[in-house]
Design a binder for this molecule. Structure first.
Ligand code: UDP
Length: 347
């Protein structure tokens, strides 16, 4: 991947806020492949991120600083800043909504002060800005169907506020910004207790064997495998040739119901079954990105990994994390042997 230049002075210093998190840690690995990088500072308060996500990296350019994004300071400023400092799982952001707002909004304001003049500020926003969408697929110009006082509002409005701050900073001061709106992302380096659908289902499959589908499971999402999503972010955030501040939808535009994903996991992990649980309040009924703009801004990029392949890769990763053998791991689950062969599925 070509490296950006044009920031004027030599090798860039880069800061990634949230770099120990799920997507952040993937981006850090990609950044360290850049030969032009002088220094890579990761700022993470380890709320949802884990230092272990980066612990296998030996690179003297990498510096991990345990700090909130909103209070982080440094003696020098940065050529490129990537703001990913926020929980993204509803279970986590709903557990501490004020802290979520603080991480996004105060974090964003503080980090902006650390940008060198002429530097680039990149932000991972979210499809949550579309709320429970009334149009499908959702193009970037769709303004959303949102509830600014609802249970998801800390995350949704936190992200919207940072978008606003960045676009106003660009308008008033000419700040160089790139705003990506990520649809659902899954894959390796997710926490086992993250709580989002695919990681939850896989960890349930590997432990209790009971997959909890909230509501009737007919709500849909567009499931983006992390490698595809990070491919897009790498191009969008790195490349100087791109002259588009955003917002830019990034995701996989194949729309699949939650129930279908759970059923698929049951079909590849013997002995699993589905249990339906109470619906989540204000759970969006559908989500699918319109990727027309992404195709023109990021020529050649495509989310090529189907959820089936992505789920398999993620399952293998979780198995490795749990120390299970890839050949016959499921028999290590208590009670699995008794379940194999039974038609235990509740669908
Ligand atoms: N979901 C589910 N069971 C789980 C976790 C999530 O049925 O164990 C559902 C959730 O209600 C939502 C969808 O899966 O409809 C995606 O949820 P997730 O938390 O992954 O992300 P969201 O798109 O809601 O932010």
């Amino acid at each position: 991947m070509p490296s950006p230049g044009g920031r004027g002075s030599g090798m860039p210093d880069v800061l990634v806020a949230g770099g120990c998190g799920f997507i952040g840690s993937h981006l850090v690995r990609r950044l360290l492949q850049r030969s032009d990088l002088a220094r890579l500072v990761v700022v993470d308060n380890l709320w949802t991120g884990r230092e272990g996500n980066l612990s296998d990296i030996a690179d003297e350019r990498l510096e991990i600083r345990v700090s909130d994004a909103e209070t982080f300071s440094d003696s020098s400023k940065f050529d490129e800043i990537l703001h990913l400092a926020s929980p993204a799982s509803p279970a986590w952001y709903m557990a501490d909504p004020i802290r979520t707002i603080r991480a996004n909004v105060l974090g964003g304001l503080n980090l902006l002060q650390l940008l060198k003049p002429g530097g680039r500020f990149c932000f991972t926003s979210t499809s949550e800005v579309y709320g429970d969408p009334l149009v499908s697929p959702q193009p970037e110009h769709y303004r959303g169907s949102v509830d600014c006082t609802g249970p998801r509002s800390s995350y949704d409005e936190g992200k919207r506020c940072v978008e606003s701050m960045l676009f106003e900073s660009r308008r008033v001061s000419g700040t160089n910004i790139r705003v990506a709106r990520l649809f659902n992302v899954f894959g390796p380096y997710t926490r086992a207790d993250d709580g989002r659908a695919i990681s939850n289902f896989l960890n349930q499959a590997l432990t209790t064997g009971v997959l909890t589908v909230y509501g009737d499971g007919l709500q849909t999402r567009s499931w983006g495998y992390v490698d595809d999503i990070v491919d897009a972010l790498e191009r969008y955030f790195w490349l100087d040739a791109i002259d588009y501040p955003g917002p830019l939808n990034i995701g996989n535009d194949r729309e699949v119901s939650v129930l279908e994903v759970a059923e698929y996991i049951c079909s590849i992990v013997p002995g699993c079954r589905i249990e339906f649980a109470a619906p989540v309040p204000q759970d969006p009924t559908n989500r699918r990105p319109d990727l027309s703009l992404a195709r023109s801004v990021l020529p050649g990029w495509i989310a090529r990994t189907g959820y089936e392949e992505g789920v398999t890769l993620t399952l293998e990763w979780f198995q490795t994390q749990r120390g299970q053998s890839l050949q016959d791991p499921l028999l290590k689950r208590p009670g699995t042997a008794a379940l194999v062969g039974q038609d235990a599925r509740a669908t």
